[in-house]
Each structure stands twice: as C-alpha cells, then as structure tokens.
Design a protein around this ligand. Structure first.
Ligand code: CA
Length: 228
C-alpha cells in the first residue's frame, strides 16, 4: 500500500498555506486545506486526516475552539494536532496545550522545523504511518534509512532518483507530466528543465535493475509507476 498520510492545514492566510505546503512537500503527504473552522470540521467529517495543522486565528471562530471540539468528539479526539500561532506569549501556548494540542509552532516558522515537528508527532502518535516502508513488486524503499532494495539487495541510488522513486511509490498508478514531477519532486524553486526529468528517470530505471519496468513511459504525457 502507498503511504497516503493525509494532512489538513487549517489556515486563512494564503501565504502561510503555501509555506506549509512547501514545507511538507518533501514528505509526499496528501495535503488538504480549509480556511475556516467550519470548513475544517466539514473536511474532517468527510475523511479523518492523520495530522491537523491548525491556525490560532481563523475568520469564523478560533482555532482553539475547533481544537476543543475535536478533543470532545469520540471519533476525532485522537487526531494529532499542531497549533500554528503568531502568539508567542506563554499563556497562549499553555492554553493550546491544555486544550489538547500535541505541539505548537510559532510563526514565522522555518519549513524545516515544521516538517521535523510534523514527522516527530506522527512517529510518536502513528508510528505505522511515518515509518512504513513503501513497496512495489520487488522494490522496497525504507524512508527511515533512506535506502532502496530490489529483491532484498540494497541498490545504489542517487538523491534525486530516491526522491523521484519515493514520490512515485506514494502516487502509484497515476500519470505525471514532466512539469508535474518537477514541481512535486524538486519544487517550484528548482532551476532545472523538463528534459532533466528524463535523465533522472533513465538513471532511476538503471538503478532499479530487474525492476526497471515499474517506471512506465506514457507517450506524450509523462511517467507513471505501475505494477500492472
Ligand atoms: Ca489566521
């Protein structure tokens, strides 16, 4: 199974939402967003996320109110929650933690810090999510040791190919264009051309040896990882 860890970002400032998405991109998680507390409740009711990143100040009601609503609900009380707060006053942090936040990150936060805290919380609360190896056929990618094996033998793989494989394992049976792969795997800030994707796919197939058929070329569209 793919690691479909889902994260709900509840935040009304578009710039912060983008920063959070950017921060978590590397993890390959599915990111959902809501810009109000009520919108967040709807989203959670339709599908329980594995992690909620919750802004303190929302247009309709405070993030703290939403948090206490979650903690009072039998179905949702276990969802890990990190509060995003511009407030650095000790009493506000305490209010969040007393209401049941698992952690808090004070804005402005660094992308690295947010990702590290999110990973740490998921490891603590849902070890099956963050530590699970990704498998397809004879290929196993272990996110903990950042290693890949084929038929139980560890292979040599470059950093770019590792990231590409990890993304494709998490989103298997889906076709991605070169532009999408550039965006999802390398990020908006990468100064590489679409042709570079072809180079990395070639290297990845070479590294995968007998399992190279997993990475399919979909003519005039892009690439997909498929076991079929
Ligand atoms: Ca806000």
């Amino acid at each position: 199974m793919a690691d479909n860890t889902s994260v709900l970002v509840v935040e009304d400032e578009p710039a912060i939402v983008e920063l959070v998405k950017y921060s978590l991109r590397e993890a390959g998680w599915d990111i959902r967003t809501a810009d109000t507390a009520n919108g967040a409740w709807d989203s959670i009711s339709h599908g329980k996320p594995d992690l909620v990143l919750l802004d303190w100040m929302l247009p309709d009601q405070s993030g703290l109110r939403l948090l206490s609503r979650l903690r009072a609900d039998r179905d949702f009380q276990e969802i890990p929650v990190i509060m995003l707060t511009a407030k650095s006053m000790e009493e506000d942090k305490l209010a969040g933690l007393n209401t049941g936040a698992d952690d808090y990150v004070t804005k402005p936060f660094s992308p690295r810090e947010l990702l590290a805290r999110s990973r740490a919380l998921l490891r603590r609360k849902s070890p099956h999510l963050s530590e699970a190896p990704l498998r397809a056929g004879s290929v196993v990618l272990d996110p903990n040791s950042c290693t890949v094996s084929v038929d139980n033998a560890q292979i040599e793989i470059g950093n770019a190919e590792y990231k590409l494989l990890k993304f494709m394992l998490a989103h298997r049976e889906r076709v991605f264009s070169r532009a999408q792969l550039l965006d999802k795997v390398w990020g908006d800030h990468a100064v590489i051309e679409e042709r570079t994707v072809d180079v990395h796919v070639l290297r990845l197939r070479k590294a995968l040896k007998s399992a190279d058929g997993l990475i399919r070329t979909v003519r005039s569209v892009g690439y997909m990882l498929s076991e079929k």
